[in-house]
Design a protein around this ligand. Sequence first.
Ligand code: 5AD
Ligand code: SF4
Length: 443
Amino acid sequence: MNPSASPRTFHVKSFGCQMNVYDGARMAELLEAQGLSAAEGGEADLVVLNTCHIREKAAEKVYSEIGRLQRDDGSKPMIAVAGCVAQAEGGEIARRAPSVGVVVGPQAYHRLPELVAKAAGGVTAIDTDMPAEPKFGALPARRRQAPSAFLTVQEGCDKFCTYCVVPYTRGAEVSRPWAQVMDEARALIDMGAREITLLGQNVNAWRGEDEAGRSQGLDGLIRALDRLPGLERIRYTTSHPNDVEEGLVRAHGEVGKLMPYLHLPVQSGSDRILKAMNRSHDSGSYLRVIERFRSARPDIAISGDFIVGFPGETDEDFEATLRIVDATGYAQAYSFKYSPRPGTPAATMDGHVPAAVAGERLQRLQALLNQQQLAFNQASVGQRTNVLLERAGKHPGQLVGKSPWLQSVHLETQAAIGDLVDVEILSAGPNSLAGAEAVKQAA
Ligand code: 5AD
Ligand code: SF4
């Protein structure tokens, strides 16, 4: 690593989950607070690759991404590798890719300015500590916001599902304190957010004490956010089936701003596989949790995550996964081929499923999930719903927003980004809806 001038412009490229998107936004704010300004990827003096380690050849992807950052004249920007690959690989990254100046883990990125200064002095700066004092207190205030904002309230995971790297890369479960979350929510609303999505690897494991010192779960936090003027919608993700408290279920029936949507991963429908995954729930208890939510809020949309081809998965196990999809009825879902993660217990389990078999199962599962998603979208046609306008569409005069059930809705409107409008849904595709602004009835 050669000494280089202190960077004046930066670009953050985030991969993976919503929490990485949130972290990426906070890193950008931190760099802006240091006087750097945002630039396009190819031109920036400093490029932060905010990486994801959850699946596939994540580390390889980062190395090829680093290679691509070379410019026509052979020069490179200063490169900082952040996120979960940085945490998992640490100093190995700088050894394999000497052009990397900074390696910083997800719990240490508040130190990015010092690390960048060190790298500008020619010293490779590596920080994968999981410091006891949380990073959030050290980050600058929130800045400009889109209508829909993320707010991390809980990080890390103590569940140790046997396939998953998260407990190793993000560390133990930690809840951000009540006052810190409420302050950040108020700041986001002041900056233009109309919707807040509370983020956590196990967001429903969030616990804290309110201003009066009372112990509160996620539902208490949601009820307090519901009282903030200017906020219109509240969402949260991702939940774990074993941390569902009755208060949260009730909140779905009682809190007006809480959206009727639940992302509740099940991973497999086979109890044998769920056990091998160390999921701490079975198919029956998962379906009972869904039932509780549905009786509190009958129109709640359910989303999930699935893994096919986990070690030892038989055709029969896979059929059980198709059955739980049938029994649940998903509005939307993510499904993945199992990918062995170094250092996780499943990576050394017997019963490897051939790639072709896993691929065929994934196709069958996705066909069923797509069918459910299309049916869910088609059921919206003819309905009137409210839409939070989030961005410009492809055509002039067209804006795109989200329904309460997280469907993308395209419409032509005079309204502005950030407005909530009443929309009549006219048609539905697999991934989005089209609508027209409903004519307001005279009061
Ligand atoms: N292989 C495949 N999918 C995985 N996920 C987590 N770890 C793995 C893995 N090793 C999926 C799970 C999880 C989602 C975020 O990613 O479905 O819920
Ligand atoms: Fe990973 Fe399981 Fe924790 Fe989710 S609950 S982050 S899948 S270990």
